[in-house]
Design a protein around this ligand. Structure first.
Ligand code: HEC
Ligand code: HEC
Length: 396
């Protein structure tokens, strides 16, 4: 009986191998075992520059270690985490695009496409909200979701994941180094992946350098863009604020992409039966935004120029449109001497615009102002992150 099952299993494997060989995509993994440095890379003691303590969303039960992040790196790049060994986290989160994907939707293990655009992974340790609808609040909860996801990696049964990794020789010593014993469990897999993600800190952009030296390193156009972006006359900083220009990682808003959304973001979550959440999406970080095209939750815009044109003239009057993008909301929340340098006098409304602040605002930007905003966003790119070997593919 056991033999029969084995033969069945064997033929299934052979069939899978043949089927896989026929697939068009090449798996991300070049070699079958990872090559790692003798002494682990330094993930713990990085100079975080302007970022402060990036690990505030780090549970005491899973503090970052160099060995934990090393294991996390291997897991992140290992296509064995998918049902048919073709897709790794890094298939959709590519280092050279700040861990975003350069496609509208990403291709999962069965060549199906994700309905949403793969976001960049930017300073996740400084965030408390993950996914476009902020449905996860802790990395330890988040990281196994893509593994189970039926479009992304398809390994729905976590028992199978554990069994699979136990058969790969290179994992036992890595788990031992990270956690003190060779035991491979889903909890440890989640912990190591989370440590690796938390260690990915982006803090080395031209903008970061500029902050310390009064932006002397900026061109005239870049400085103009920065001043515009942070001006109270403009809506941008109202949402994209904080160290990561993401509203501190937990804000969401409706920016009037459509009159009616097909994907309602937070409004589609089962827990949210409240229609005032329809069309609300996480405020994404603008760090590295110049390399993370296409843009928005559905990847509808291909360039930053298109994004600017949306805010300039394209905002639709969705019933939950954020007040900061309306004619009424643009002015009334300023207080001061009328120079536009006032401070906001009302807090963001929960669930978007439940007051009517009128029609979408037109920003009336000049061509130079548009170019300046784009130039400013280009200063947010951290090239070091994208070539740092400690975040690169170890299966090469
Ligand atoms: C097939 C493509 C694909 C794969 C494989 C994949 N992801 Fe993602 N990832 C996405 C998409 C798409 C989203 C956005 C989903 C949403 O918002 O509903 C996302 C979101 C995320 C986020 C949230 C980022 C944020 O700031 O909101 C993190 C973190 C993340 N993925 C980590 C991982 C990890 C870790 C793995 C491997 C275990 C992985 N992903 C595998 C496509 C993928
Ligand atoms: C009301 C809050 C709000 C304001 C004001 C705002 N944004 Fe956004 N921004 C968002 C949200 C939310 C998204 C994602 C929306 C979606 O995908 O549905 C976004 C997306 C973006 C993106 C795409 C990022 C990506 O990774 O896909 C860029 C670029 C951007 N905003 C720049 C700006 C600029 C420049 C301004 C000022 C002209 C601005 N934003 C004003 C909330 C805001």
């Amino acid at each position: 009986m056991a033999k029969k099952i084995n033969i069945l299993l064997l033929s299934a494997i052979v069939l899978m191998v043949i089927l896989n060989a026929c697939r068009k995509e090449t798996p991300v993994t070049g070699s079958s075992t990872p090559t790692l440095p003798e002494t682990p890379y330094n993930y713990v003691n990085q100079n975080f520059g302007q970022m402060g303590d990036p690990f505030f969303n780090q549970p005491a039960s899973n503090m970052l270690t160099n060995e934990g992040a090393t294991l996390g790196r291997v897991l992140f790049y290992d296509a064995k985490l998918s049902l048919n060994n073709t897709v790794a986290c890094a298939t959709c989160h590519k280092q050279n695009f700040a861990f975003a994907d350069n496609a509208k939707g990403s291709t999962g293990f069965e060549s199906k496409t994700t309905p949403r655009n793969s976001p960049a992974i930017i300073n996740p340790g400084m965030s408390n909200g993950y996914f476009w609808d902020i449905r996860a609040t802790l990395l330890e909860e988040q990281v196994l979701m893509p593994v189970k996801n039926h479009v992304e990696m398809g390994l729905e049964n976590m028992d199978n994941l554990e069994v699979k990794l136990r058969k790969l020789d290179y994992y036992a010593p890595l788990f031992e180094d990270a956690f003190g014993s060779t035991e491979i469990t889903r909890e440890r897999i989640a912990m190591a992946l989370s440590q690796f993600l938390r260690s990915m800190v982006s803090y080395r952009s031209k903008y970061d350098v500029g902050m310390a030296i009064n932006f002397e390193n900026f061109s005239t156009l870049e400085r103009m863009g920065k001043d515009l972006f942070f001006s109270w006359d403009m809506p941008c900083q109202g949402c994209h604020n904080g160290n990561n220009l993401n509203g501190w990682g937990t804000s969401a808003a409706n920016i009037g992409l459509d009159d009616n959304y097909t994907d309602n973001g937070m409004g589609d979550l089962l827990a949210n039966q409240d229609p005032s959440f329809d069309g609300l999406f996480k405020v994404p970080s603008l760090r590295n935004v110049a390399v993370t095209a296409p843009y928005m939750h559905d990847g509808r815009f291909n360039t930053l120029e298109e994004v600017i044109e949306h805010y300039n003239t394209g905002v639709k009057k969705h019933r939950n449109l954020d007040y900061r993008l309306t004619e009424g909301g643009g002015g009334i929340f300023l207080e001061g001497d009328g120079s536009g340098n006032g401070i906001p006098v009302i807090d963001p409304l929960p669930g978007g615009g439940s007051f009517d602040f009128g029609n979408p605002r037109k920003l009336n930007l000049t061509e130079t102002q548009k170019r300046a905003l784009v130039a400013f966003m280009q200063t947010l790119t951290d090239y070091e992150l994208m070539r740092d070997p400690k975040f690169s593919n170890p299966f090469k």
